[in-house]
Write a protein that binds this ligand. Structure first.
Ligand SMILES: C[S@@+](CC[C@H](N)C(=O)[O-])C[C@H]1O[C@@H](n2cnc3c(N)ncnc32)[C@H](O)[C@@H]1O
Length: 206
């Protein structure tokens, strides 16, 4: 999506709170030293990638916005990044001890979310945790424009996410909602999955 390129400065100036920090801190604290973490839709990396780095994680940041990724690279010049939509990016057979996707999946249409989850699941090691936020009611809605740019949001129900995750070898372990209304899904790779998740699109920036 190219919308975040249009609002990159504005988004960076607004993303000043600690939303997601308790959840990502708890995840990072549960990981072994030097764990590899895929940060999907990493944005500027503030504040969440910083939390991962402070815990000693090795991070790959993936984002489809060139503008936000430029800010990420300025913030964390030594962290590896990939500018691509997660549902179609080339992870080069890398595997990860965990993945996070804060505020990302609900920007993708339902079919794109399914492909994204398939792609992420394939890149996780057995036992790895995938923490993401989304909505918890099935549907698509127009949200409030951000800095004048319209955004549409898409979500599965909790049961829908549970089924989708299960199809790709992930077990939904818990959900909760933070004071900002962000719904967190904590899942773990427990199997190989049984869905056909062929990935054929070429990666490209927004
Ligand atoms: C609400 S922002 C969240 C950014 C960051 N996770 C944070 O905590 O501030 C959503 C991010 O997802 C990125 N994004 C949207 N669609 C994406 C996709 N298909 N693949 C990768 N990144 C995507 C946007 O460019 C943006 O950086």
């Amino acid at each position: 999506m190219h919308e975040y390129d249009l609002i990159a400065d504005w988004y960076a100036s607004q993303r000043t709170g600690a939303m997601g920090v308790p959840e990502v801190s708890a995840l990072a604290a549960s990981l072994p030293a030097g764990a590899s973490v895929l940060d999907v839709g990493c944005g500027t990396g503030l504040p969440l990638t910083r939390v991962l780095l402070e815990h000693g994680c090795h991070v790959l940041g993936v984002d489809s916005s060139r503008e936000l990724l430029a800010k990420f690279q300025a913030n964390f010049p030594h962290v590896q990044t990939l500018c691509a939509p997660i549902q179609a990016c080339e992870l080069e057979a890398r595997t990860f001890d965990a993945a996070i996707a804060w505020g990302v999946l609900f920007h993708l249409r339902h079919d794109e979310q399914a492909r994204a989850i398939a792609h992420i699941a394939r890149a996780l090691k057995p036992g790895a945790v995938f923490l993401f936020t989304s909505g918890d009611a099935h549907g698509s809605v127009d949200g409030e424009p951000m800095n004048g740019v319209p955004f549409r949001y898409h979500s599965y129900s909790v049961e829908g996410y549970r089924d989708l995750l299960r199809a790709h070898g992930l077990t939904l372990e818990s959900t909760h909602t933070d004071p900002g209304g962000n719904v967190y899904f904590v899942s773990r790779k427990t199997g190989g999955g049984d869905a056909d998740a062929s990935l054929s699109e070429e990666p490209e920036c927004a």
